[in-house]
Design a protein around this ligand. Structure first.
Ligand SMILES: C[S@@+](CC[C@H](N)C(=O)[O-])C[C@H]1O[C@@H](n2cnc3c(N)ncnc32)[C@H](O)[C@@H]1O
Length: 238
C-alpha cells in the first residue's frame, strides 16, 4: 500500500471566505484534518477558520504545538505531532494540516512536516498557499502593500529597535508581525520621528473582532493583542 500525502492548507488570515478554492476542494477530499490546539487544549484558530468548510465525516487531529522557544521542547512537540499523524499516512490516507494565514509564513507546518519525513522518509508533502496576514491587512487598509520599486521588509518579531531602524533604512514598507510585546517602544520611536501617521495597525484581520487603525496618532496607551500587525511606510508615497 502507498503512503498518503501530508498537505499544508493555508486557512487564510481570519475570514473563512479567504480559504482558497483549492484549499476548500482539498479539504473536501480528505478524511483526516489536523490543526494546532489552543492553550485550553481545544482546536485552535485555524480550525475555527475552516470550520464552515468541514463535514461531520472529517476526523480531527488536534496537535499540541506550544508557544515556547526552548528547542528541546519544540522538537519534542513536533515529534509527538508526527507520531499522531503518521498512522493514517502510513495506511495510504491523506492528512490535511490547516494553518492560520499562509503555511509558508512563520507557520509550524514545515517543522511538523520535517518531523514526519524523519519518520517516513518517502512521504510526499505539499502546501496550498493562501491569504497571509500582511496582504489581508493591506487589503483592509485599502492600500497596496507595495507599489512600483518599493522594497518590503517583514520582521517576524522585534527584539531591538536597531532592527527596525535598519529595516527602514532599506525598505520603503516594513511589516512588524508579533508587534504586541514591543508596541509601547515602537509607538515611542515613531512619535519621536513624527512618523505616527505613516504607520497603521490591523488587529484580528478578518475576524468579527477586527479593528483597523489607519494611523497610530491616538494610540499611545493602546495594548494590541497577539493577532496584531503593524505596517509602516518609511517613505511617503506619491
Ligand atoms: C506565527 S505568525 C503566523 C502568520 C501567518 N502564518 C500568516 O500567514 O499571516 C503570527 C503573527 O501573524 C500576524 N497575524 C496573523 N494573523 C493575523 C490577523 N488575522 N490579524 C492581524 N495579525 C495577524 C500577527 O502579527 C501574529 O502575531
Amino acid at each position: 500500500m502507498g503512503l498518503g500525502t501530508f498537505w499544508g492548507i493555508s486557512a487564510g488570515a481570519g475570514d473563512p471566505d479567504w480559504l482558497t478554492v483549492k484549499g476548500a476542494k482539498l479539504l473536501r477530499s480528505v478524511k483526516w484534518v489536523a490543526c494546532p490546539q489552543n492553550s485550553s487544549g481545544q482546536p485552535g484558530l485555524a480550525f475555527q477558520i475552516v470550520r464552515p468548510w468541514l463535514q461531520p465525516e472529517h476526523i480531527l487531529i488536534p496537535l499540541h504545538l506550544p508557544f515556547v522557544t526552548q528547542p528541546d521542547q519544540l522538537q519534542a512537540a513536533w515529534r509527538a505531532a508526527a507520531e499522531q499523524l503518521a498512522p493514517p499516512l502510513e495506511q495510504g490516507e491523506d492528512v490535511a494540516f490547516v494553518c492560520e494565514g499562509d503555511v509558508g509564513l512563520y507557520s509550524t507546518f514545515a517543522y511538523v512536516a520535517r518531523a514526519l519525513q524523519a519518520r517516513i522518509p518517502n512521504l510526499s508533502v505539499q502546501a496550498i498557499p493562501g491569504v497571509a496576514s500582511p496582504l489581508a491587512a493591506a487589503a483592509l487598509l485599502g492600500s497596496p502593500l507595495v507599489l512600483g520599486s518599493e522594497k518590503l521588509a517583514i520582521l517576524p518579531a522585534l527584539f531591538a529597535l536597531k532592527d527596525l531602524e535598519q529595516a527602514c533604512a532599506w525598505a520603503e514598507v516594513v511589516v512588524l508581525m508579533k508587534v504586541a510585546p514591543v508596541y509601547p517602544q515602537v509607538w515611542q520611536w515613531l512619535a519621536e520621528k513624527s512618523w505616527l501617521n505613516r504607520a497603521s495597525l490591523v488587529v484580528w484581520a478578518g475576524w468579527p473582532q477586527q479593528v483597523i487603525f489607519p494611523t497610530l496618532e491616538r494610540l499611545a496607551n493602546y495594548q494590541p493583542p497577539y493577532f496584531s500587525l503593524l505596517i509602516l511606510r518609511s517613505q511617503t508615497r506619491n
